[in-house]
Design a protein around this ligand. Structure first.
Ligand code: ZN
Length: 166
């Protein structure tokens, strides 16, 4: 009995860790009811748009197909075109509503391509601001952005439908 108590915290952590093996993007894709909690900005039948919880820069979001696919070449062409269409609209949103001067869009394909979650394709879209490079490399970290994160999401969600929806 004592042993059970002693080992309980360790076991809890182990079980929690095991559960997390489920693809995080599939989890977000399926849990429509948790969209606000997951910081989903928009979803349709092909993909969803979600804020990156570990942003490179404030306003960083991702466009992710519902399909759990590792290889870009396996994604049906119409779905790829749809995702790029949303990327184009997302850049417009960042420029018009977040005063972005520029943007980066890109995909890291496969682990060797630098993907954090290689098993599920995702397209990054992030705003860039004049002279933000120094700021990013010197002081950028999750804590700096955490207070802004809610405000950015709440602001974003006001415009998401308007920009992403046909
Ligand atoms: Zn997945």
């Amino acid at each position: 009995m004592n042993n059970d108590i002693l080992y309980a915290p360790w076991r809890d952590q182990y079980v929690a860790g095991a559960k997390n093996i489920e693809c995080v993007f599939c989890k977000i894709s399926k849990n429509i009811d948790s969209d606000i909690e997951n910081r989903v900005l928009y979803r349709d039948e092909i993909c969803f748009v979600v804020m990156n919880l570990y942003p490179y820069t404030p306003g960083h979001f991702m466009i992710i197909p519902h399909r759990h696919l590792q290889n870009l070449e396996d994604l049906p062409e119409n779905e790829w075109l749809h995702i790029t269409k949303l990327a184009q609209r997302g850049v417009k949103l960042l420029k018009e509503k977040f005063r972005a001067n520029g943007a980066n869009i890109g995909m890291n394909l496969g682990e060797s391509g630098g993907a954090g979650i290689a098993e599920h394709l995702h397209l990054h879209v992030l705003p860039r601001f004049n002279r933000d490079t120094n700021f990013m490399t010197t002081v950028a970290n999750v804590r700096v952005y955490s207070t802004d994160f809610e405000a950015i999401y709440n602001n974003f969600i006001n415009f998401a439908e308007q920009y992403f929806k046909d």
